[in-house]
Write a protein that binds this ligand. Sequence first.
Ligand code: CA2
Length: 153
Amino acid sequence: MPNTVFVLNGPNLNLLGLREPAVYGSTTLADVERQAKAAGSRLGLEVDFRQTNHEGVLVDWIHEARETAAGIVINPGAYTHTSIALHDAIKAVALPVIELHISNVFARESFRHHSYVSPAASGVMCGFGTYGYTLALEALANIVATRNATSSS
Ligand code: CA2
């Protein structure tokens, strides 16, 4: 089993720490990448960290993960609330996928309360700021370890 996990980030998350600090905090995406890689190394996971503003690129990366990764943490950004394509891609790859949001989407506008990704995900994390990436990686590591133990017994 590969010990690589993908951490995928969707549209506008390249602006993290640079705009709207009241909502998303002042940590930049480069800081989050460093924190995620440090958490990964504690957990025995190689973190492949990526960001794109394009829906189809996220779909391509989810397909790529099928061949090379043990699981995915994904912050799909606003595509969370619009993308049947992401729902279908996650269903199709049959990997553990943790959906992650920096903000508590349920305490925000009602259009953020629905997710097309959640029904296809193994679990959902939201509202813990950028620390959520570390929490999501811990949850994913636990799922991967349990699967590996079951498949080798
Ligand atoms: O809370 C999250 O992580 C979100 O996925 C962030 C998305 C939003 O559409 C989701 O409803 C919740 C937006 C990402 C935009 O990120 C920015 C960061 C800094 C400044 C402006 C946008």
